[in-house]
Design a protein around this ligand. Sequence first.
Ligand SMILES: C[S@@+](CC[C@H](N)C(=O)[O-])C[C@H]1O[C@@H](n2cnc3c(N)ncnc32)[C@H](O)[C@@H]1O
Length: 290
Amino acid sequence: MIMSMFKFGFSKDDSAEEKEDDSNNTSLEWFPSCKIEISSEQLQAEYEPEDIMENNFFNNIPLKLVHTDKVMIDLKNERCENIIEAESQHSDLVPAKYEGGLKIWECSYDLGEFLLKEKIRLKDKTVLDLGCGAGIIGLIALHEGSTVHFQDYNTEVLKAVTIPNVILNLTDRNSIRNRCEFYCGDWKSFAELSSNKYDSEDKKYDFIFTSETIYNPDNQKKLYEVFKKQLKKDGVGYVAAKMYYFGVGGSIGQFENIVKNDGIFNSIIVWKSKEGVQRAILKLTRKDTT
Ligand SMILES: C[S@@+](CC[C@H](N)C(=O)[O-])C[C@H]1O[C@@H](n2cnc3c(N)ncnc32)[C@H](O)[C@@H]1O
């Protein structure tokens, strides 16, 4: 399923394009970040054919993905409050409760296609799929030989979608514990999580990929901090997004401004859509690599 538009259950002033602080976030309580361990049940889980869909969007990398519609029903039956609230509001997003990870958003296909077309070398790299949802980008990186850390706001998404998707696409599912890590919670605390760990250059990421994560202007600085704290000196970040998110006000221009004002990274648009909703991919590299 490709979602082309957000169905927001809340409204915002679209003129807030230049807003960069997180003042609107103060009343919201964001879940702290933590590492999610993979249970033995998850490792041994059997999947019924009807629970899985084949995704052939990327020619050479056929992906097996769990049906998120079914996951949604299961989570509702398990009385998962965040999902029930999103459903009752007919919304793909409930700020600080459910951030849209159950669906696959179109910019993740843009970014996946871009990485493959540009032949970005992912063998033996460490990759962060930031705001991963179903984890399409991380799955491509895994396929190409990277070690991948998957981060999503919602624990439910990681447990019910991301981890099963990784398991379904690994030839040796036991290798998941060596090749993957999973983190839930808010970017602010994720950026600071075991900050000592990230003081060491070799624990940082070669690549940070993120798709459809800048829609909320109040969260853009937190997202940016992850790049700043966790990308290696010679690492590369890619941000795939719509040029403008109607209804919530986030835009690529705003995110670029945050990057430029901080002065640490070069940023350049490396891809733009030619049709449909205007979308782009922004590339970030550190100015000082010494
Ligand atoms: C619209 S979904 C995009 C999912 C996926 N990258 C894709 O393109 O299909 C936005 C993702 O960003 C993550 N996210 C949004 N706000 C976040 C926050 N404040 N902290 C951590 N993760 C957040 C959510 O977990 C969610 O998966």
